[in-house]
Design a protein around this ligand. Structure first.
Ligand code: CU
Length: 479
């Protein structure tokens, strides 16, 4: 049963391959004289350049694996020289910050999906299983694959029905930062994206010591809901690799190391990503490596939707540095205009409302006078100071829906009556992990939304954190 299924899948791939090889014949208009053109200089067809393959389980000389904080790597098996990936697109329950539970869509239990890491020259087979309640197809963003492997619904393939599978197979002749995602717009907004890193045969010059990968996503999730509104045009949760600050795991580097960070953006907003304490060079785009003579220094790089940007720098300024989107609204959690009375400690239950009545939040129109204080348009003056308004699990009263059992509540939650959000909410303990060891107490208060940390550490602290990580891994293994 199992082997016949496998050969069926393989057959599916080869049938698709034959179809894609068919040559289109163009019709000529009658009566027109067609002047024969000189043949174009011979150029290799896309995807046919000979690339000496690496041993499948190795990276090229000087290449270091990409670390994508908070996201696992996608495992693969080898079948007759082909790297085989099993990718299931499915519902995933995740947590943006402690207590903020989200039900969205991802791959293999992760949002964004696990990071694919392969080598230039590899042949890969992607067995995509659709566990969504609706049809699906997978697009390989930026990859020069045969047309019928491109995952365009209707154009290049039939959609994969719910419960179905489709096998993609192609050879990788590029290198750089790519990604995989649904080609159905609303599915993109539900989270279906993952990194697809193709390592070069040998390291770029100069080689880096650390290589990180981060995917940016924006979400519209009403208070007391766990499911993103994929049609919304206003976004109140912004994530790096599926986590919002301060739950984003810091990037740990040793002082003096050369670092690459790969940034990928898929959503409704462009993100200017800023690094503190250092200048960097933009060394790559979603199209591949930038010529060394063309790089320019910066400390902020705009990563547009559907773009990738690689940045590189020497981490020679010791300390803990913010690395974040610089759009002010993207440096916050649970945006104020979507919160208001629903989160009040004395609110009598949920008021579902309607979209028409104000983004589904409160009674009355969102732009009407009644909603002015709740929407933060009358800060201090008309903001109903007797009301405790918080953007987080509240310190007082009942908060029945989103607070996971056993979570410590931030001590200052709800302490600014009428303020549209708690601007400085310390939750060091709730997000503590080896990578946060040694941070200044209170650090988590200023790290929200699309923010993380680059920690440029002296060897002692760097080694201590590695030891803590090893202990944590050992504990997890023992469990
Ligand atoms: Cu942003």
């Amino acid at each position: 049963m199992h082997s016949s299924r496998r050969s069926f899948l393989r057959g599916l791939a080869s049938v698709a391959g034959a179809a894609g090889a068919a040559t289109a014949v163009s019709a000529q208009h009658e009566g027109h004289t067609v002047t024969p053109q000189a043949p174009a200089p011979a150029a290799p067809a896309r995807g046919t350049q000979p690339v000496p393959p690496l041993p499948p389980d190795r990276l090229g000389p000087g290449v270091v694996p990409v670390v994508s904080p908070d996201v696992p790597d996608m495992p693969w098996t080898l079948d007759d020289g082909v790297k085989v990936f099993n990718i299931a697109v499915e519902h995933v329950r995740t947590e943006f910050i402690p207590g903020r539970i989200v039900d969205a869509w991802g791959f293999n239990g992760s949002i964004p999906g696990p990071t694919i890491q392969v080598n230039e020259g590899d042949r890969v087979r992607m067995i995509v299983e659709n566990r969504l309640p609706e049809p699906y197809s997978m697009h390989w963003h930026g990859l020069e694959v045969p047309n019928h492997m491109d995952g365009m619904p209707g154009i290049s393939q039939d959609l994969i029905p719910s419960g179905g599978k489709f096998v993609y197979e192609f050879t990788l002749h590029q290198n750089g930062t790519f990604f995989y995602h649904s080609h159905m717009a609303m599915q993109e907004m539900m989270g279906t994206i993952g990194l697809f890193i193709i390592h070069p045969r040998r390291a770029y010059t100069p080689a880096v010591d650390r290589d990180f990968g981060i995917i940016m996503q924006g979400w519209a999730i009403l208070p007391n809901n766990t499911i993103p509104n994929s049609m919304a045009m206003e976004f109140n949760w912004l994530t790096f690799n599926g986590k919002a600050g301060p739950a984003t795991t810091p990037m740990i580097v040793r002082r003096g190391e050369r670092v690459r960070i790969r940034l990928v953006n898929l959503g409704m907003d462009h993100h200017p990503i800023h690094l503190h304490g250092h200048q960097f060079y933009v060394t790559g785009t979603e199209g591949g490596r930038i010529r060394t003579t063309a790089v320019e220094p910066a400390n902020t790089v705009l990563v547009g939707v559907a773009q990738a940007r690689d940045i590189e720098f020497v981490a020679d300024n010791p300390g803990d540095w913010h690395f974040h989107c610089h759009l002010p609204h993207h440096m916050m959690n649970q945006m104020a205009s979507m919160v208001g009375p629903l989160m009040m400690s004395h609110a009598a239950g949920m008021r579902a409302g309607t979209m028409e009545a104000g983004m589904g939040i409160i009674g009355g129109a969102a732009l009407g006078d009644a909603a002015r204080p709740a929407f933060g348009r009358e800060l201090a003056v008309g903001a109903a100071p007797e009301r405790a308004v918080a953007n987080m699990p509240l310190g007082t009263g009942q908060q029945p829906t989103l607070l996971a059992p056993g979570r410590a509540e931030p001590p200052n939650a709800g302490m600014y009556p009428g303020y549209p959000q708690d601007m400085f909410m310390v939750m060091d303990e709730a997000v503590a992990k080896p990578e946060t060891f040694g941070l200044r107490p209170g650090w988590s208060g200023g790290t929200m939304g699309m923010m993380t940390l680059l920690r440029v550490l002296e060897p002692d602290l760097f080694d201590t954190i590695q030891e803590l990580k090893a202990q944590q891994a050992a504990r997890a293994g023992a469990r």
